[in-house]
Design a protein around this ligand. Structure first.
Ligand code: MG
Length: 261
């Protein structure tokens, strides 16, 4: 190796050393971020409210639920036509009393979790929509269909657990007539713009006998029998249970509770 090359290498080494020293000096001028510890991404308040779950043996309501039917009377309900709810209460359940029409909760709700159990009678007759038809109307406007869909074909957006005439259910989880069905419904109310259209549309999740039928489904508007969904501004509303008016419709309900969210 000649002297010139040795000299160049020495100069390069000195420059490299000077640069590194300079970078280290700059780094020392700034505070280094503290090393993350597990506790840095944890927060402890506010703690969620303590809710005592319902008893699995007796199928009771959670401690913070509003009980809408406890098997005794329809004091939380009234007729949609006006006056007291006159469906038949017997043996801890109540049953549609067709001539008296739909019933609704006296209380109005916004966002909620609703638990409701319903039963198609063993001797049900009829076909398609004329077989065990009822419904649960959210805020009095948006129907989640109740129907006997056990070996009963009908249009899919009118099946059990459909958002009626809008969104079919993801599955058919129907139990046989005479067995109890369970709906757990989680509903978020809409937020409206000044022009009375949705800024945030309503959404619904429906679980039927433990099976998801609606998964955070957007509701497009009112659930019309004839025509398409309508959007009109509204506030809190009741839960309405439908008396569909079929010749054979003694559908029964029990164990109804709601938790406001
Ligand atoms: Mg119906």
């Amino acid at each position: 190796m000649n002297k010139k090359l040795i000299c160049r290498k020495a100069v390069f080494a000195m420059l490299a050393c000077t640069t590194l020293t300079s970078i280290n000096a700059q780094q020392k001028e700034y505070p280094q971020p503290e090393r993350m510890k597990p506790g840095m991404s944890e927060y402890w308040t506010p703690q969620p409210a303590i809710v005592t779950p319902g008893d699995i043996q007796t199928n009771s309501a959670p401690s913070d639920a509003i009980v809408l039917f406890d098997g005794k009377d329809l004091s939380a309900w009234e007729s949609v036509k006006g006056g007291p709810a006159q469906w038949t209460v017997e043996n801890g359940v109540f049953t549609v009393n067709k001539p008296t029409g739909d019933i609704q909760t006296k209380q109005q709700f916004e966002n909620f979790q609703l638990h409701i159990e319903w039963r198609i009678p063993e001797d049900i007759t009829g076909t398609s929509q004329g077989r065990g038809n009822s419904g649960v109307f959210l805020q009095g406007k948006y129907e989640i269909q109740v129907l006997d869909c056990y070996n009963n074909e009908t249009y899919v957006n009118g099946q059990t657990g459909s958002v009626y005439k809008q969104t079919p259910p993801l599955a058919n989880a129907m139990r046989k007539p005479s067995e109890w069905n369970v709906y757990d419904i989680i509903y978020s109310a809409p937020i409206f713009k000044d022009d009375n259209t949705y800024r945030v549309p309503p959404t619904v999740t429906v679980i039927h006998n433990g099976v998801v039928l609606q998964n955070h489904t957007t509701i497009l508007g009112t659930t019309e029998y004839i025509g398409f969904p309508k959007v009109a501004k509204h506030g809190a509303g009741p839960i309405i249970l439908q008396s569909h008016g079929d010749p054979s419709e003694p559908i029964s309900f029990r164990n109804i509770w709601i938790r406001e969210l």
